[in-house]
Design a protein around this ligand. Sequence first.
Ligand code: NAX
Length: 324
Amino acid sequence: MKPPIRIAVTGATGQITYSLLFRIAAGDMLGYDQPVILQLYDITEAQHVFKGTVMELNDCAFPLLKQIITTDNLEIAFGDADIALLVGARPRGENMERKDLLAANGSIFIQQGKMLNAVAKKNIKILVVGNPANTNAWIALKNAPDLDPRNFSSMLRLDHNRALSQVAQKVNAPVSEVKRIIVWGNHSSTQFPDLSHALVKDQKALSLINDPNWIEGSFIPTIQDRGAAIIKARQGKSSAASAANAIINHMQDWIFGTKENDWVSMGVISTGCYDIPSGLFYGFPVTCSNGQYKIVEGLEINPSNYKRMQKSYQELITEQGMIQ
Ligand code: NAX
């Protein structure tokens, strides 16, 4: 049997992680022959919630689950971790302005970046999910000088999957036949879901759809505002199972590679391509192989799409400014 992989998860008593932990322990993320150790972190006030989750994990009798650690100590949670899924974040409270939320999360991700730097494996793969995910990833990276920036990522995969599903429904094709969708930018309503390069069964999606009004009036706003629509439909609860599924998809593709002739959207450190200046986390199309991602470069971008991409970049710069 392979040696176990240590997976640190923060916000591990929250609703996303309640959907996530059982799938990881079942083998959905790292394969059905890969033992895992779960290193679960949450704040002190939430520790009592772990009891039931641990009882249920045990009651599943997962053969791959070798150990469960629960803690409010980041050093224990991140110690020797191979993977860190940073899901926990401070939710927006009443009367809290966006800049207060950014500041509160800023201090969380400073501590987490420092501790990852100090005690995690040097080749750790980190996915930031807690919002504002792109900016939180940037803060964690800034505080982890000994880790490779390419080991950090932020989650755009839920937006990507939402876009795949909307297109598949529109053209009445299986989701597996929809390829090369891109979600550019920030995980926020400025993100730009782009079908310019998308294919359905190797035909151009735009020609098959042949309905610019649907793209502008329905597709783009549906993806941009889907989070809010889910909260409304679930009477106050935000996306949970679909977010957990996106985490699994993101990590699987990063570790095991993307499908041939396809790419996925990942928040990764910008390198200057597509005129997005280097140094912030931005959603790009990437391919992955051998555990490494590569930004798909050189795609043609028309002027109106360029503007949308810049708008999301500007929002990220504003977020960084508020943190600083
Ligand atoms: P919950 O409110 O259910 O859970 C949040 C967890 O974070 C709780 O367990 C809480 O104790 C913990 N937490 C609070 N303060 C903390 C701190 N100082 N340090 C560490 N953990 C702390 O939220 P849930 O629905 O699970 O969502 C978690 C995060 O994911 C939120 O920030 C949410 O906005 C974000 N999302 C990001 C998505 C993405 O695509 N990037 C999509 C889904 C989700 O909305």
